[in-house]
Design a protein around this ligand. Sequence first.
Ligand code: FAD
Ligand code: SF4
Length: 522
Amino acid sequence: YRHLVLVLGDQLDEASAAFDGFDADQDGVAMMEVAAESTHVWSSKIRIALFLSAMRHFRDRLREKDDWPVEYVELDDRANTQALDSEVERLVRRHHAQKLIAVETGDWRVEQQLQAAAKRAGVELELREDRHFFSSREDFRVHAKGRKQLRLEYFYRELRKRHGVLIDDEGKPEGGEWNYDADNRESFGKDGPPADMKAPMSFAPDAVTQEVIALVERRFGDHPGNLSHFDWPVTTEQARRALTDFIKHRLPQFGRYQDAMWTEEPWLFHSRISAAMNLKLLPPREVVDAAVEAYRRGDAPLAATEGFVRQILGWREYVRGLYWLEMPDYVERSALRAKEALPEFYWTGRCEMRCLRDALGQTLERGYAHHIQRLMVTGLYGLLLGIDPRKLHEWYLAVYVDAVEWVELPNTMGMSQFADGGRMASKPYVATGKYIQRMSNYCAGCAFDPAEAVGEKACPFTTLYWDFLERHETLLRGNRRMQFQVRNLDRLSDERRRAIRERAAVIRKAGGAVPAPDKQEE
Ligand code: FAD
Ligand code: SF4
């Protein structure tokens, strides 16, 4: 080959820059399934199946559409060396490729591997910009230069203006405001989600997916995740249908119920398209355009549309920029010096805390939890308990269908665990169990009481919240945005502080999961 064009599992984009100038007479495409990508963290079976199925569908599409030479290494192929770098090296040599071409990778680790492989094989590696995103890695570097603090809001506004998204004829933000959060984020109240809430579109596994599911069960049978209800979109065409379904049935209520949670209702008004976007099956421009068009047609309110657009044009671009700015040592950060082990129940969901049981249960069963469940249930508990952020990072990377490091790591280390000391978020997101009570119906079915910080009925979130404020009092007093919360500490008597410390020690000693009150020893 003149060029060997490498397509990785999260680069399934037909419009990718890697294909620019492709000449089927002299060039070839290489794709590979390697076990190392599924085992470097104990990856969920659902996530592995999604990647492999989407890759095989993409391979078939390339072969059918363009009749291109595509060398596809399956997991069970005899010659497969099961690691990305060694496979790349093997295929470059096998095809006597003069040059290796790929789009820049999502993850830092993978880019290192490609460079090492190309060097060993003695070929040039050309990494092309990933046009999937609205902004480039360099755009974010320029934005960050000279800024003491990085905040989503400024980068988001820049991108809105540059791409003319929800900007009126005078160049002002649509409706006069950049942010409509004040109109969003309601709970469902006592009655629960509206009766006409429609379940998201589901995609039954076709023959390709069924074969992959059998393969994953055979090769990774002991990994977490349940494949019996696998219904994720695995092609661009399916991802588009999922998007259309979301825009029609759930976008109008998205903002309003964005932060709400409800027992055994995993999807609510969320889009479920992160995985398809992260695999690059679905371009974010298409998603943003579809939402804005719905607003222009009068089918979705501005607050919901802006709230949704901010997640994609804002957060998704921002975390990618931050990741590439801060790597490789972002993963080492531990500003709060948290050292606790990851509780065993994060892998089983078995605990008495209703909120965690629900969020962990659906995570392990479905590979999905929405943002507030990740941030304010599983993430918050990790932060309050003081779990080593690296262990939590590995867990988040393992269990979610949409998990890829460039998006998962800043969300975990930065937004959720404050391990970067405030690079990403202006303050730690901490709250008592009362926040969860307000936003869900979990507490009504729980053995603990979110209003109690001590005693056997004490909600572990509430105990650990006060314990967290006390443990990090000095640091938090230096943070302007934490003043209100820290001042409440001053109202606690020494005796109460001691009782909270003792109760927190009981929770830690129990590995984070105390028994329900009626099962506790006096
Ligand atoms: P919706 O709620 O419908 O939101 C629409 C889209 O906005 C999402 O599909 C996603 O692409 C984007 N988005 C929303 N919030 C964020 C965010 N904070 N950062 C980046 N993009 C965002 N998202 C991932 O895609 N992969 C991950 O591995 C991941 N790990 C996370 C770990 C933690 C600790 C936290 C707090 C969040 C994480 N997120 C991750 C962000 C967010 O939770 C998911 O993108 C979202 O829940 C996916 O579900 P959805 O497609 O239904 O999203
Ligand atoms: Fe979770 Fe505490 Fe509410 Fe129980 S009482 S559901 S542990 S927040």
